[in-house]
Design a protein around this ligand. Structure first.
Ligand code: ADP
Ligand code: MG
Ligand code: MG
Length: 211
């Protein structure tokens, strides 16, 4: 079947950097409501650093691209999100291995591995108002797409749509993990910033696959 290669992964990261930069203030505003207001700045710093790394030399496999993203996000993003996204990309890199092309099965497995990494690190379950509320529906949609024989672009489109709905679903929730958990009921009515950034990143992945 169809596969996605390193040029897709690089395009994903470049599109991610652009969409995070465009939405920097929006992510800051979301984090100001239920956190400390730095999520947009943290993510923008990390993805701008990824762009600089890519300009130094482009990796030749999707796994190596994910590894570059993991290392850079871990060292540059900080806060809660840096280690969580770093772990996500590192687990995806391990799942992708040395493969030059990722088919739907491997893509679904890499997304699941990324989500499992976030859970291993942050211990959040669905419904606790974190990025997991975007990731888990995305992983489920990707698995369903792979099972029905969808190609990688269709799989990522389904994952991105599920992540978007998942991010919106955090609005009525009370936070059980991270800084927002200190707010109790005052977190109700606000979207989780990490769920929003996760939805933006997965949409960028789908757009890179459709390009
Ligand atoms: P910080 O809270 O340290 O300032 P950020 O603002 O960059 O870090 O990231 C906050 C986001 O991290 C939250 O919106 C949430 O999605 C995510 N997050 C925080 N704690 C956890 C956790 N334990 N598991 C999963 N995601 C988490
Ligand atoms: Mg913050
Ligand atoms: Mg912070």
């Amino acid at each position: 079947g169809q596969t996605l290669d390193a040029s897709w992964a690089i395009d994903w990261l470049r599109r991610s950097a652009a969409v995070i930069a465009e939405n920097r203030m929006m992510l800051i505003e979301l984090d100001r409501k239920i956190g400390d207001g730095d999520h947009g700045e943290n993510m923008d710093r990390g993805f701008q650093a990824i762009l600089l790394k890519l300009d130094e030399g482009e990796p030749e496999t999707p796994g190596a691209v994910f590894k570059l993203a993991a290392m850079t996000l871990m060292s540059k993003v900080g806060g809660a999100a840096g280690p969580l996204y770093g772990t996500a990309f590192l687990r995806a890199a391990t799942a992708a291995g040395e493969q030059r092309g990722l088919d739907s099965e491997l893509l679904a497995a890499a997304l699941a591995a990324a989500r499992d990494g976030v859970v291993a690190r942050g211990k959040a379950a669905v419904g606790e108002k974190t990025m997991i509320d975007a990731w888990t529906p995305a992983v489920d949609a990707a698995a369903a797409a792979a099972a029905r024989g969808a190609g990688p672009a269709e799989l990522l489109d389904a994952a991105a749509s599920a992540a978007r709905a998942g991010a919106v679903s955090t609005e009525p929730l009370i936070a059980r993990k991270g800084r927002a958990s200190y707010l109790g009921e005052r977190a109700i009515g606000h979207r989780d910033p990490g769920a929003e950034s996760s939805a933006l990143l997965l949409r960028a992945a789908a757009e890179a696959a459709a390009a």
